[in-house]
Design a protein around this ligand. Structure first.
Ligand code: PGA
Length: 215
């Protein structure tokens, strides 16, 4: 099963999300697409997701409940139909112990944590069973030159399912398909139904072609 996580970040409106979801087809075989919309639209999206899709959230609180203005708990996400949650995205800059508490919180409530990291040195911090998403800091629209070697090195070290994120689109996909990764974390290319569906279809085609290494 290949996970393709669409991270909408702080984009979208009620109208745009309804229109986007109406244009999607059921998930291609062997691929689990996950859409992470902003918190206010999660319940709406959970009612409109196509067959084979899952719902994700972009963050969660490390607390159960209480006086934490602006935070959203794991229980609330479960209530909204969420299955996956991004943790430690570089746009949050959470401290290491906060990330650990969030992973723990997600697992206690039956959410699947997708833990993002930018540097190899960070992965030894994550002992809990979780999926990791490698998002190295490289220029926009480019992939690291020695990505294949980096991925093999990371897999050897972490022994966990590994996703790749950062400038993933139908153009960069040809360089990502041969890698032994478990899926993708997609930002910009997830925002329009055309680019998102094209990405899923291209990936599904590549998975049927001998020689790809996607799990
Ligand atoms: P991008 O974002 O695909 O727009 O580079 C990915 C992410 O930061 O989650």
């Amino acid at each position: 099963m290949t996970l393709v996580i669409g991270n909408w970040k702080m984009h979208g409106t009620h109208h745009k999300i309804v229109a986007f979801l109406a244009q999607l087809s059921p998930a291609p075989a062997g691929i689990t697409p996950v859409l992470c919309f902003p918190f206010p639209y999660l319940t709406l999206a959970s009612q409109l997701l196509p067959h084979g899709y899952s719902l994700g959230a972009q963050d969660l609180s490390c607390y159960d409940q209480g006086a934490y203005t602006g935070q959203v708990s794991a229980a609330m996400l479960k209530d909204c139909g969420v299955h996956y949650v991004l943790i430690g995205h570089c746009e949050h800059r959470d401290a290491r112990d906060t990330i650990e508490k969030k992973i723990d919180q997600a697992m206690r409530y039956g959410l699947e944590p997708i833990v993002c990291f930018e540097k190899k040195s960070q992965i030894l911090q994550f002992s809990a069973p979780c999926t990791l998403a490698y998002e190295p800091a490289v220029g926009a629209d480019s992939l690291p030159e020695d990505l294949s070697a980096q991925i093999l090195d990371l897999l050897e070290l972490c022994k966990k399912p590994l996703l790749y994120g950062g400038s993933v689109n139908t153009d960069t996909l040809k360089n990502l398909c041969p890698l032994p990764i478990s899926g993708l974390l997609v930002g910009r290319a997830s925002l329009e139904a055309s680019s998102w569906c094209q990405l899923l279809e291209t990936l599904a085609g590549a998975k049927r072609t001998p020689g790809h290494f996607f799990h």
